[in-house]
Design a protein around this ligand. Structure first.
Ligand SMILES: [Zn+2]
Ligand SMILES: [Zn+2]
Length: 210
């Protein structure tokens, strides 16, 4: 009986450990994060994001073949794409297959923000959802390649943080700070989660962060 109790305890412990390190456990059977280029995106840019995601969240990531931007998401009046429609599109294509799908586009993207019906953004995700999208369009401003790359990885990991259930964080320089459309906030960010966000993440889905 005692042995049985120990075994049961070990099984419970194993279950808890797997729950705490969900993406890592799942990664043995299926890729956790899928990166989906939307429209023409530079291959080097995509690989940079793949590396950034893998290294920070220590998750498995796969690269999906590029697909065109969906015409129904195009907002002709501002010559850009509605981000929430891109999320729904990504979700309908791949949602069930991966823990998260990260779309990357070079086109401008937008969403509704408060009273502003069409607000240009760096990226978008739904809290606890599966789909995220990032755009390089607004990250290019006043920056060389190295800075653009740094911004892109920060924005990608920020959006994935939302997908993993992390809301915006008031801690200065935390990865989950709300950029509020200001590139200076992205540049000011360390690109890493503050201790509180890190603990929250470890309690929820990820196996670990650097
Ligand atoms: Zn955010
Ligand atoms: Zn934080």
């Amino acid at each position: 009986m005692e042995y049985d109790g120990v075994m049961r305890y070990a099984l419970v412990l194993l279950t808890i450990l797997c729950a705490a390190a969900l993406p890592v456990c799942r990664g043995e059977q299926m890729p956790v994060i899928a990166v989906q280029p939307l429209g023409p995106v530079d291959r080097g840019t995509v690989e940079l994001v793949m590396r950034g995601v893998r290294e920070y969240y220590r998750l498995e990531a796969v690269l999906l073949p590029p697909i065109p931007l969906p015409p129904h998401a195009y907002y002709a009046h501002r010559n850009r794409y509605r981000a929430e429609k891109l999320l729904a599109h990504l979700d309908s294509l791949h949602g069930a297959a991966y823990r998260a799908v990260l779309g990357i586009t070079a086109s401008d993207i937008s969403t509704t923000k408060g009273d502003i019906p069409d607000w240009g953004i760096f990226g978008l995700a739904i809290l606890g959802g599966r789909a995220c999208v990032v755009s390089t369009f607004r990250l290019r401003r006043g920056a060389g390649e190295a800075k653009i790359n740094e911004r892109l990885v920060k924005v990608a990991n920020h959006e994935l943080g939302h997908a993993f259930g992390l809301p915006h964080c008031p801690t200065p320089r935390c990865l989950m700070n709300d950029a509020k459309g200001t590139i200076a906030t992205v540049d000011y960010s360390t690109g890493r989660l503050c201790d509180r966000c890190r603990e929250k993440l470890l309690r929820s889905v990820a196996g670990g962060v650097r």
